[in-house]
Ligand binder design. Structure first.
Ligand code: FAD
Length: 502
């Protein structure tokens, strides 16, 4: 808050309650709204209301606005002093803070809880990365509006300055998990050594991003680099990997087609070798490709005469991307892509997604706070057993998802890639099915708790609106939940001993 100029009693504030002379007190500060009243987005009459004009309007303010509104410079300039005998109650938490709202953060971040999974280096990374997200994701800090929200509005990709800042700290590289691609890199300014970086570090990064960004914005930050790292030639890696890690170039994974979604074997995009055997000529289409609109590189599944192959294709004449208008998110860059006689060197032939528990947790935290804050029929929503029952289900879903996720992450840390494929494909498929289904149930309950605010893209319900709009698609992208559930059970069925009897 700006340095307060004077101190006023509430009796003094009360004298300024008319047109041309309008003061209100909010959270211990006195605001002169005499001129602002003409610009108030919610209209004049609400500010001249006898419960507000010349009064302490703290409760009314917070029933209509998010806390950060008070901290925008344009509104801070309206402060003329403080209220005698009052102190500020609702200051925003400093960057990097752990939430004090129960269940709004995973239990391993609560000092009262212990965890066998998260060690010092995970905690160091979490602290540093949360400060980074809280500070860097805020656009120009003058507006105090997260980059994610602005990009949701204008449909652009994450701001280049943010992508490059993430590149400097090697965050794009860390998002791909542990592996040889981290060798020699300074991670988050040196806070974690590449050799000690494991899947729990990756989980920390994924969940911290999930905590902040809107759903599609976080997707736009990811891409089709793993096949390049795992199967690309040395030359290809030397060119592409640094460009993507630095945040200067974008990449996407283009598998699905209008004719081939769940059934990848139905891919119709063809890659035919030229007579000299040095190039492929690619023809076909791809659909629903996240980040495709903004991408410089495309990791593309194609059909050859020897079966399916994956090629890295650079944007060039013959590659066209069209934005698909979705109800999901404009900043995810969802694209329809066409390849018309695109020539790709044969050397550019190439040989996962963490389920979103964190964004689910976000809405649980917000529902807890809102149910406590919102008064209807003269009492907080939290006093209604039916609302508490919804919250109980939401908490149980998010906590069980997190525990399962941590358990599987531990197995990933201790299994070879081959063993992971053998033992974890089924459980991972079931986990993805569970968390996407559970999140949809919680999204519906959150809408109920937030009422009309849950359909507004800004203001109190903005997080709920985004979550409820985008979450059904989580159950489709990266493997439809029915298909994954079925895969998990079929894998388990294969392992049931032939002589098992009840
Ligand atoms: C927001 C979003 C982002 C995406 N991003 C990408 C991307 O970056 N790259 C990419 O390549 N693709 C992407 N996709 C595409 C996604 O992978 C496909 O939508 C998905 O694989 C399902 O394919 P489909 O939509 O063609 O559905 P279909 O294959 O037509 O299936 C329709 C439904 O039928 C059911 N079903 C199908 N087969 C079975 C079965 N065997 N058993 C039981 N039920 C079944 C499932 O419930 C499924 O949802 C994205 C999709 C969305 C919605």
């Amino acid at each position: 808050m700006a340095a307060a100029k004077r101190s006023f009693s509430l009796a003094e504030v009360a004298k300024h309650n008319s047109e041309g002379d309008l003061w209100v007190a909010i959270d211990s500060h006195v605001y002169d709204l005499s001129k602002f009243v003409n610009f108030h987005p919610g209209g004049k009459s609400v500010l001249y209301d006898e419960e507000i004009a010349g009064k302490d309007a703290t409760e009314q303010f917070f029933s209509l606005h998010r806390t950060e509104v008070l901290h925008r410079p344009a509104y801070k300039r309206l402060i003329i002093g403080t209220v005698e005998g009052q102190s500020q109650q609702f200051a925003p938490a400093p960057p990097g803070s752990i939430s004090r709202v129960p269940y709004a953060d995973p239990s391993w971040l609560d000092p009262a809880y212990s965890s066998v999974y998260f060690k010092d280096s995970h905690r160091r990374l979490q602290r540093a990365f949360r400060v980074f997200c809280d500070e860097a994701m805020i656009f120009l800090s003058v507006y105090l509006i997260p980059d994610a929200l602005l990009r949701e509005e204008d449909g652009k990709p994450p701001s280049p300055s943010l992508l490059e800042k993430m590149g400097e700290l090697n965050i794009h590289a860390m998002r791909l998990g542990p592996g040889k691609h981290l060798k020699g890199l300074k991670l988050m300014g040196g806070i974690v050594e590449p050799e000690e970086y494991d899947y729990f570090h990756e989980l920390v990064i994924t969940q911290e991003i999930g905590r902040h960004g809107t759903r599609g914005y976080g997707d736009g930050l990811s891409g089709g680099l793993p096949p390049v790292i795992n199967f690309g030639s040395r030359e290809l890696q030397a060119k592409v990997v640094p460009e993507v890690f630095s945040g200067k170039k974008q990449i996407c994974l283009a598998i699905s087609e209008a004719f081939a979604g769940s059934d990848v074997s139905g891919v119709r995009t063809t890659a035919k070798k030229t007579p000299d055997g040095k190039h492929f000529i690619v023809n076909g289409t791809k659909k629903w490709i996240t980040n495709g609109t903004f991408s410089d590189y495309f990791t593309v599944a194609c059909k050859t005469d020897k079966g399916l192959t994956v090629l890295l294709i650079e944007r060039q004449p013959g590659v066209e991307t069209k934005a698909i208008k979705t109800s999901y998110s404009s900043t995810a860059g969802t694209a329809y892509i066409t390849f018309d006689n695109v020539k790709v060197p044969v050397g550019e032939r190439l040989g996962k997604r963490k389920p979103g528990v964190r964004s689910h947790r976000n809405i649980v935290g917000q529902c807890l706070v809102w149910a406590n804050q919102r008064k209807v029929f003269g009492k907080p929503l939290m006093n209604q057993p039916v609302v508490r029952a919804k919250l109980a289900n939401m908490i149980a879903r998010v906590e069980s998802g997190q525990s399962w996720l941590e358990n599987i992450t531990l197995q990933m840390c201790n299994m070879s890639y081959k063993a992971q494929a053998e033992h974890l494909a089924g459980p991972l498929a079931l986990l993805k099915m569970y968390v996407t289904r559970a999140a949809q149930e919680s999204a519906a309950e959150a809408v109920q708790i937030f009422g009309g605010r849950a359909i507004t893209k800004t203001g109190l319900g903005q997080t709920i609106e985004n979550f409820h709009r985008a979450i059904p698609f989580d159950a489709v992208l990266g493997g439809a939940e029915d298909v994954l559930g079925d895969l998990g059970v079929r894998q388990a069925a294969k392992k049931i001993p032939k002589n098992a009897r009840l």
